[in-house]
Design a protein around this ligand. Structure first.
Ligand code: MOS
Length: 727
C-alpha cells in the first residue's frame, strides 16, 4: 500500500467547503468582547494626549486601553523575542508614547460588539507631537549599513575579472514593498477560562511560538496559555511572528477577566511586516564562449529603526551558477517604518529577479540562447558552501520545461514574434530555494479499533499539511488513509517548528514517519509476545491495518487489545538527518513564460507558463502542484501588479486595500503547466522530499520580465512592469 505519491484530495476539504473549519476570528463565547485598534496617523513623534471620553461615553464600550492605562507586563522592559525575530528590539504595542511608524496601534477600544468598538475607535482623539521622518529608501540609500547577517565572503578576484571580461554588464533593478495579504486577516480570540487560564485561537504559523511569546510578555506559566490554530486562511510568512493583535487581545482579556477578540481590518494588514523594497546592482563578466568569469550582486533593503530585518537576497547569485570570482554585498537602510518580515521565498523571490534578469541580458549581449548560457555555467557544487549538492535535477528542469513549452521554436530576435497587434515574447529563468530540515516531534497513537492518530504542533496554512502528514503516517504505519487522523494547530501537541521555509514536510514529516515506525516496533513486540508465528518471523510487513508474515496476519486493532491497554502511543523527537552535513541541499526550477503585449496599449498578458520543478520525492502531486500554481500566480503579480505605494510626504501607504493593492485576477492568468522532474535524494531526509512551498514563486517574475523584453525590445528594470513603463 503506497499512500505517498497519490494525488489525495485534502482531508480537511469537506470541513472547509462546508464552513465547518473555524478560523481564529470565528470562535464564539457567549460573553465575548470585541476589540478595535486605533492606529497612528503620523509616521514619527510622540503621543501627547489620548482623549477617549467620547468613546467611553457610549453604552456598551467597556474600556479603552493605551500606553498609560495598560496592565503592567512582565517583560516589556526586557528584550523579548520570538522564533522568527529580526536583530534588535521587537515592536512592543502600547509600550510608551513613542510613535515609530504610521499605522502603529496606539489604543484598543473594547466593546460589546465589533461595530460599536469600531465606531467608538473613530471617536478616540489623539494629539501628537510630530517629528521629521524618512520612509524613502532611495533618499537614504547612501546611509545603508552592513546587514548583521552577512553574505558569503568574496571569492577569487571579482573586480579584476569583471574589468577584463570580453563581455560585461552593469545593471540596476528595483523591487517595491509588497504585503502578504492572506485572505484571512489577522485575528486573535482569547477565551478566558473559569480558572483564569487563556485558550487563544490565533492566526499564526506557529502556535508554540505564540505561546512562548505570550508567556514571556505577560509573565505567565506555560500551563496558563494554550494557543490553537487549527485552520489558517493563508499566511505566506505574515504569521511567522506573533502580530500585535495577539498581545492587545491578551492585555484586554487579563485586565477585564473576560474573553476578547481582536481582528485587524484589511487596512491594518498593512501595519506590520511586509516584503521590503530593494535596490539591486548586478555586475557580470563573461568570456566570449559564455563562461561566467565574474559576478557581483549588491542589494540594499529597507528595515525599521528598531530591528535589522535581513534575508538572503544575494546568496543565490553565488550558488546558482559556477563562477570563481564572486562578490556579494547586502546592506540595510533603517527608515521610519515597521520591520519587514519573511514573505514567500524571502530574499530569493527578490534576489533571483536581479540575477535571472541579468543572466538574460548577458545572453542577449553574447548572442546566446538563455538556456544554453545557463547550461554552460551549470554549478555542480554549491560554491558558497563548497559542498556537493545532495541532488540537483536542474538540467532536467531546463530540458523538460523547454520541451513542454516548445522553446526550440523561439526566434531570439526581440519583437520578432507577433499576432496582429500582439507582440509575443518568450522568456525563461531559473529558480532555487533551500531544502532545510529542523528538529520536530510527533506522537503516534493507535486505539483498539485500529484508528491511528498522529499529532504535532505544526500548522496547515493552506499548504496541505493535514493531508500530506496523513499520507506519510498511513505509509509508515500500514494503516489505511481513512483510519488516520492528523492533529495540528495546538501548542500542547509535540514540539514543531514554525510552518515556513518549505521545511514542514522534511521536518514534521520525518518526525511523523519515525513516530509511526516506533509505534510499529511496539506493535511487533506485542505480536512476538502473543503469537508464536511472529516470534521467530524474520520478515513482517504492516499493510492494510494488519501485521503480516507469510500468509498469516493479525490486525493492529487486535494487537492493541492483546496489549491490555486502551491504546498504544509513542512520541519521538527527530533531528535533521546526519547525512546532510557534507552536502548542500536545495530545490530548483526552470520557468518558461509567454507574454502578449499590445503594441498600442502596452498591456501585458501572461498567456502561458511552464514551471518545471525538482523537489525530490513529491508526497502528493495534487497539493504540490497547487503550491507551485500559487507561487507562479504570485510571481506574475510580482512582475506586473504588486506594489505597496507610499506617500513619502506622509510616510503612509496609499493603496492599503485589496481594491487598490493590485494582485492578479483570473483574467490575468493564462495556462499554467507544472511538471515535477524525477529527483531521487537519499541524503536530504528520510522521505527524500525537499518541500515545495516557496520554489514555485522563485524566478517567475524574472521570466516574465525577460519575456516582456523579448516581446518589446524594452528592458524594464523597475518592478512592477506596468504599462506606463512599457509604452
Ligand atoms: Mo514562509 S515566508 O517561510 O512562511
Amino acid at each position: 500500500m503506497t499512500a505517498i505519491g497519490k494525488p489525495l484530495d485534502r482531508v480537511d476539504g469537506l470541513l472547509k467547503v462546508t464552513g465547518q473549519a473555524r478560523y481564529a476570528g470565528e470562535f464564539a463565547d457567549p460573553d465575548l468582547l470585541h476589540g478595535s485598534v486605533v492606529s497612528s496617523t503620523i509616521a514619527r513623534g510622540r503621543v501627547v494626549k489620548i482623549d477617549a471620553s467620547k468613546a467611553l461615553a457610549l453604552p456598551g464600550v467597556v474600556m479603552v486601553l493605551d500606553h498609560l492605562n495598560r496592565p503592567k507586563l512582565a517583560s516589556y522592559d526586557d528584550a523579548f523575542a520570538d522564533a522568527d525575530a529580526a536583530d534588535g528590539s521587537p515592536f512592543r504595542p502600547l509600550y510608551n508614547d513613542r510613535v515609530l511608524y504610521s499605522g502603529q496601534p496606539l489604543a484598543l477600544v473594547i466593546a460589546d460588539n465589533l461595530e460599536l468598538a469600531r465606531h467608538a475607535g473613530s471617536l478616540v482623539h489623539i494629539e501628537y507631537e510630530s517629528e521629521a521622518f524618512e520612509t524613502d529608501l532611495l533618499v537614504r540609500q547612501e546611509h545603508a549599513h552592513a546587514s548583521p547577517q552577512t553574505p558569503p565572503k568574496p571569492r577569487g578576484n571579482f573586480q579584476a575579472q569583471w574589468s577584463a571580461a570580453a563581455v560585461s554588464l552593469d545593471v540596476h533593478y528595483s523591487t517595491p514593498i509588497e504585503h502578504h495579504n492572506p485572505m484571512e486577516p489577522h485575528a486573535s480570540t482569547v477565551l478566558y477560562q473559569p480558572d483564569g487560564t487563556l485558550h487563544i485561537h490565533d492566526k499564526t504559523q506557529g502556535p508554540q511560538n505564540c505561546q512562548a511569546y505570550v508567556q514571556k510578555v505577560f509573565g505567565l506559566d506555560k500551563s496558563q496559555v494554550r494557543i490553537f490554530a487549527a485552520f489558517v486562511g493563508g499566511a505566506f510568512g505574515s504569521g511567522l511572528r506573533p502580530q500585535y493583535q495577539l498581545p492587545l487581545a491578551v492585555m484586554a482579556s487579563l485586565a477585564l477577566k473576560r474573553s476578547v477578540r481582536v481582528t485587524l481590518t484589511r487596512q491594518q494588514m498593512f501595519t506590520f511586516g511586509y516584503r521590503p523594497r530593494t535596490l539591486q546592482r548586478l555586475q557580470m563578466g563573461a568570456a566570449a564562449d559564455g563562461r561566467l568569469l565574474a559576478l557581483g550582486h549588491t542589494a540594499i533593503g529597507q528595515t525599521s529603526r528598531f530591528e535589522d530585518f535581513s534575508e538572503h537576497v544575494v546568496e543565490w547569485s553565488g550558488m546558482l551558477y559556477h563562477c570563481d570570482n564572486v562578490q556579494l554585498t547586502y546592506k540595510l537602510v533603517p527608515l521610519d517604518v515597521f520591520t519587514p518580515l519573511d514573505m514567500r521565498a524571502p530574499g530569493a523571490a527578490l534576489g533571483v529577479i536581479g540575477l535571472e534578469c541579468a543572466m538574460d541580458e548577458l545572453a542577449c549581449a553574447l548572442g546566446m540562447d538563455p538556456v544554453q548560457l545557463r547550461l554552460i555555467n551549470y554549478a555542480e557544487r554549491n560554491q558558497n558552501e563548497d559542498k556537493p549538492w545532495s541532488s540537483k535535477a536542474l538540467r532536467e528542469c531546463y530540458r523538460e520545461g523547454a520541451e513542454r513549452f516548445g522553446w526550440h521554436l523561439r526566434n531570439p530576435e526581440p519583437r520578432s514574434m507577433r499576432e496582429g497587434q500582439q507582440l509575443i515574447g518568450w522568456g525563461m529563468a531559473g529558480g532555487v530555494w533551500e531544502a532545510m530540515q529542523m528538529k520536530a516531534s510527533a506522537k503516534a497513537r493507535i486505539d483498539a479499533q485500529g484508528k491511528l492518530t498522529v499529532s504535532s504542533a505544526t500548522t496547515d496554512i493552506g499548504t496541505g499539511t493535514y493531508t500530506v502528514m496523513t499520507q506519510i503516517a498511513a505509509q509508515a504505519s500500514g494503516v489505511a488513509v481513512k483510519d488516520v487522523t492528523f492533529l495540528l494547530g495546538d501548542s500542547s501537541l509535540p514540539t514543531a517548528p514554525l510552518q515556513g521555509g518549505s521545511f514542514t514536510v522534511s521536518s514534521v514529516g520525518t518526525a511523523v514517519q519515525q513516530a509511526c515506525e516506533a509505534l510499529n516496533a511496539k506493535l511487533l513486540k506485542i505480536a512476538r509476545q502473543t503469537y508464536p508465528v511472529f516470534e521467530g518471523a524474520d520478515t513482517v510487513r504492516f499493510e492494510d491495518g494488519q501485521l503480516h508474515t507469510g500468509d498469516v496476519s493479525v490486525s493492529l486493532a487486535q494487537l492493541v487489545k492483546d496489549s491490555g491497554e486502551e491504546a498504544l502511543a509513542v512520541q519521538v523527537d527527530s533531528e535533521p538527518d546526519k547525512k546532510r552535513e557534507g552536502y548542500a541541499t536545495a530545490t530548483h526550477s526552470a520557468v518558461f513564460v509567454e507574454v502578449r503585449v499590445d503594441e498600442d496599449l502596452g498591456t501585458i498578458h501572461v498567456s502561458r507558463v511552464v514551471s518545471a520543478v525538482a523537489a525530490g520525492r513529491v508526497v502528493n502531486p495534487k497539493m504540490a502542484r497547487s503550491q507551485i500554481l500559487g507561487g507562479v500566480v504570485w510571481g506574475i503579480g510580482m512582475a506586473l501588479h504588486e506594489e505597496t505605494q507610499v506617500d513619502h510626504q506622509l510616510g503612509r501607504y496609499m493603496n492599503h486595500s485589496l481594491a487598490e493593492y493590485h494582485i492578479p485576477v483570473n483574467a490575468d492568468i493564462g495556462d499554467i503547466d507544472v511538471l515535477f522532474v524525477e529527483e531521487h535524494d537519499e541524503i536530504v531526509n528520510a522521505l527524500g522530499s525537499k518541500g515545495v512551498g516557496e520554489i514555485g514563486i522563485v524566478g517567475v517574475a524574472a521570466a516574465v520580465a525577460n519575456a516582456v523584453y523579448h516581446a518589446t525590445g524594452k528592458r524594464v528594470r523597475d518592478f512592477p512592469i506596468t504599462l506606463d513603463k512599457v509604452l
